[in-house]
Design a protein around this ligand. Structure first.
Ligand SMILES: [Zn+2]
Ligand SMILES: [Zn+2]
Length: 386
């Protein structure tokens, strides 16, 4: 249940740090928190660093690859640690400076302040942090169904699929034209050479049947690896090791995605009526139908984020086609602190408004700081929180 600013001050404003935040003094807690934040970030980022290492090691292992993965891991932990330390110490500092807790100085302002630091981390760490938080924000807004558009989207799998198809067309086309450089589930076929023959025939080496079958097999295996990874995490959590927990959701979805995309692309290639770009856009759009195999709001949120990034890159490319100096900072550095502050604030005061993914990210990178605060407030005022 949401609390108004006035009600919050009446119920919690007068309490001190020990009641809401930590058992020891602020200074001692800050020191204890450093150790806890390092441990929670180190645990949380292991799969990310491992995947990064495996991706590069499969292309050719060397000591440099290992050192790069270790350096990335250290950067991820450092970013998460400083972010969490800045948030927790500024919560205490604001309580000391203002003499009481206020609804927005308890978490919103400290979170925005801590998150502003992320603008200064290395580009790859920043990109990962931005992706995780923006995706969680979009998913949370979709879950809230706060306006007619998100209400209609939340209730209709058909609309979600249609939106995913549009995102798929934008992203795959953007990826082929190098307007999108992030991760996407599918790698598009290469752009054909600009000659007349390429207009009415495929540019891949093998015959169409083998080309499609090879793609489907590869993406089935990638999806299978993802499903096995999910099963192992699920088994480790529950302690129940059983093959029954293996669901071939990602394998089915990715192989369908590839099958529809390549089949329609090969089919359209024989039609002379349209330009090559249009054929590729239509095939990418139709491939998005595969969303029906695995209709998850988290996947749709990621697709929306990546589609927006593709559009933004296309806009920037057109605007400054020549002598483009890539700036280290952008609008996303301004939006990120507000997005994280919004998620953390709502995670504590209105947990129903944020996605499960957002809750996991917040608690895993701050050693349950926000989750513990929420529990303490519930204990102090059982009827005040939902
Ligand atoms: Zn304190
Ligand atoms: Zn073909």
């Amino acid at each position: 249940m949401a609390v108004s600013s006035k009600v919050f001050v009446e119920r919690f404003g007068w309490r001190d740090c020990n009641e809401l935040l930590h058992p020891h003094s602020c200074g001692r807690s800050a020191l204890i928190n450093v150790r806890r934040f390092i441990a929670s970030n180190a645990k949380y980022y292991i799969p990310v660093a491992l995947l990064h290492f495996l991706k590069r090691a499969l292309q050719g292992y060397s000591l440099e690859v290992l050192l790069d993965a270790l350096s990335y891991y250290a950067q991820l932990i450092f970013g998460g640690l400083v972010n969490a330390c800045l948030i927790s110490t500024s919560v205490c500092a604001l309580r000391q400076a203002l003499g009481e807790f206020h609804l927005y100085t308890l978490l919103f302002v400290p979170s925005a302040f801590g998150a502003a630091f992320i603008a200064g981390v290395t580009p790859r760490v920043k990109r990962l942090q931005h992706t995780a938080i923006f995706q969680s924000l979009i998913e949370s807004l979709l879950l809230q169904r706060g306006n007619p558009l998100t209400r209609a989207l939340g209730a209709s799998k058909t609309l979600q699929t249609l939106l995913f198809m549009c995102c798929s067309a934008l992203i795959l086309h953007g990826k082929q034209r190098r307007l999108h450089n992030g991760f996407w589930f599918l790698t598009p076929d290469r752009m054909p050479p600009p000659d007349a023959a390429a207009l009415t025939s495929c540019s891949h080496e093998r015959d169409c049947g083998s080309h499609i079958a090879q793609g489907v097999r590869n993406y089935f295996l990638i999806g299978l690896a993802m499903d096995v990874f999910k099963m192992l995490i699920g088994c480790a959590k529950t302690g129940l090791w059983s093959l029954k927990q293996l669901r071939l959701e990602s394998a089915t979805w990715l192989s369908c995605y590839m099958a529809i995309y390549r089949t329609s692309h090969c089919y359209l290639k024989r039609k002379p009526a349209a330009s090559d770009s249009l054929k590729h856009i239509i095939a990418s759009f139709l491939g998005g139908l595969s969303y029906l195999c695995y209709p998850k709001l988290s996947i749709l949120s990621y697709a929306l984020l990546e589609a927006m990034r593709t559009l933004w890159n296309a806009y920037n490319k057109n605007k400054t086609n020549l002598k483009k100096q890539k700036s280290r900072f952008g609008y996303s550095d301004v939006i990120f602190p507000l997005a994280l502050a919004y998620l953390i604030h709502n995670y504590v005061f209105e947990p129903g408004k944020v996605s499960v993914l957002a809750g996991i990210i917040i608690d895993s990178t701050t050693a349950n700081y926000a989750g513990n605060l929420q529990k303490r407030m519930r204990l102090l005022e059982p009827s005040s929180m939902g």
